[in-house]
Design a binder for this molecule. Sequence first.
Ligand code: UDP
Length: 325
Amino acid sequence: MRVVVTGGAGYVGGFAAERLLELGHEVTVFDNLWRGHAAGVPKGADFIEVDLRDAEGVMRAVRKAAPEAVMHFAAATLVGESMGHPRSYFGVNVVGTHNLIFAMVEAGCSKFVFSSTAAVYGVPERIPILEDDPKKPINPYGQSKWIVEQMLPWHAEAYGLNYACMRYFNVAGGASHRGEDHDPETHLVPILLEAAAGKRDEFTIFGEDYNTFDGTNIRDYVEVHDLVEAHVLALDKLDKPLGAFNLGTKTGFSVKQVLEAARNLTDQPIPARVGPRRAGDPPVLVADSTRARTELGWNPVRSDLETMLNGAWEWLQNNPNGYRK
Ligand code: UDP
């Protein structure tokens, strides 16, 4: 298939574009290189530099790439940042996605895999979370993704857009040649490993007073290759609208558990201090992903802490400056 991968110069999008190429698809990456890296676009993919907020530019890019399917990773994705900059989050994530699916409908492209998030649930009423549980986002990031999710069934009905919403819990891991390279870096795993590598003096735990077994936040981590595989499986089944899938493992790890695992793997002390809570953080996010397993045949086999941390550590050690040579 001809597949457009938006955000293919970024972390998850880059892994996805690479996997699609491996499977023999023709890939065109759309990216504005805001937080992505030209060097992160996999070899063999075509590249169009385009900002999704530019409706005409998106229309031209979609016409040129003539995709049969779109995987849409490009987004603003930071919970904390979204609290202070809601308009950027609604601009990129809602307006940008609207422009993209508008152009897809015009071009007759009917397969859409959308990167969504556990943040659509807000503070969950029960753990593990099921797809039909209430959506009450507590930050603009989650709200922006939920708005798009609510637009999609109407596009399915009116225009025959077949979509799958992939609700990510936490994503981590890497490979020797590909990994997380964010500026600013805000994610737990790369921050811990940068501290282990001596690139940061210390690590701050965002709150130790949550109602969890050790007082720190609990998250459900999925290894990035496992995560991408769910998208590939969904793509194969997109001859009808598929709805939403939780992508998690039903196993939660606390911030302190990930810290301990990172200390063990790297054999470094990783000095840690406890700071205040980060705005917009729910205490526990753990997924029930039975639906992805039964309906897509998804089987996350690499999502244990050790494999995830190992991949991320390999990336950091081989590429201490990320994609900058
Ligand atoms: N976290 C932390 N210190 C950091 C970065 C993250 O304690 O320097 C915590 C954060 O509060 C959350 C978890 O680690 O509970 C995962 O955060 P991350 O930003 O990686 O992903 P998010 O859950 O926001 O998608």
